[in-house]
Design a protein around this ligand. Structure first.
Ligand code: HEC
Ligand code: HEC
Length: 216
């Protein structure tokens, strides 16, 4: 940890990250036990949005996130938060309604299905990252393929406008997470755009997938 990070108070989120990584490894062990075959059957309701390439949320307009290839432990955490209502999705609460009817086993099984049999594997960054990205790689990985055990989502190939929407959510407090609220608070709008554009351009990428298995 650099002195600059200590002075700017970034050590607090990092300490929280250590505590969280213990939880994340528990979640990850549960996710590993997920039944992907059962998860695939449950996922049919999700293709209406997560299976359509470039599909957009409206009010506000941003791309529906790619969830195929995403880390199972993060999917478990995200669905748990929608279910509890600690993470809210817009005025209509579509994702809150989607998650509300899922059991813990449903969530773990679907997470195993979305992560896939061969999770994204880092093969190094594409291009030269903007300076701000150095602050993110400890958890999100040098090329946006998240470091296992950190609880962080992979960002590689995710829609840039969705990443900006998430970061703004942490700044506004509509998305709550001790670690990411700490990091997002330090980001200027230009840093946010630069980090989002860079992670969105990284490969291998998260993807959208149609019910017939075709990937986008
Ligand atoms: C009507 C469209 C729609 C449907 C159907 C839908 N989702 Fe979503 N989903 C979204 C949108 C939009 C977001 C981003 C919401 C936000 O900003 O928090 C999202 C976010 C997510 C996230 C968080 C992704 C991230 O990177 O944080 C997960 C996980 C997820 N959905 C899983 C599912 C599952 C599982 C189903 C089926 C049970 C499902 N979704 C059905 C539109 C949908
Ligand atoms: C100490 C680890 C750590 C660092 C460093 C970190 N993050 Fe995160 N990030 C996380 C975790 C954990 C989450 C999941 C939080 C949650 O559940 O809401 C996350 C979530 C995110 C999300 C939401 C993605 C989605 O699918 O909705 C974005 C965007 C993001 N981080 C961007 C960044 C950027 C940009 C930086 C650098 C400025 C950064 N993060 C630094 C751990 C970290």
């Amino acid at each position: 940890m650099s002195l600059k990070m200590v002075r700017s108070g970034l050590w607090a989120p990092l300490a929280a990250a250590l505590a969280l990584s213990t939880l994340a490894s528990v979640a990850s062990a549960q996710a590993a036990a997920g039944d992907a075959v059962r998860g695939a059957k449950l996922a049919y309701t999700c293709y209406g949005c997560h299976g359509i390439p470039d599909y957009r949320n409206t009010y506000p307009t941003y791309h529906v996130p790619k969830i195929f290839g995403q880390r199972a432990d993060y999917i478990v955490a995200a669905l748990g938060e929608y279910k509890l209502g600690t993470r809210k999705h817009g005025r209509n609460g579509t994702m809150n309604a989607q998650a509300g009817s899922l059991s813990d086993k449903d969530i773990v099984d679907m997470a195993a299905f979305f992560e896939g049999a061969t999770p994204l594997k880092s093969d190094g960054p594409t291009g030269t990252p903007p300076a701000i990205v150095a602050t993110c790689v400890a958890c999100h990985g040098a090329d946006g393929v998240a470091i296992e055990g950190t609880g962080a989502p992979s960002l590689a190939g995710q829609h840039a406008d969705y990443l900006v929407h998430s970061l703004q959510g942490y700044q506004k407090g509509t998305r709550q997470n001790g670690i990411m609220q700490g990091f997002a608070a330090q980001l200027k709008p230009a840093d946010m755009q630069a980090a989002a554009a860079w992670f969105a351009a990284q490969r291998p990428s998260l993807w959208a997938q149609k019910p017939n298995g075709s990937k986008h």
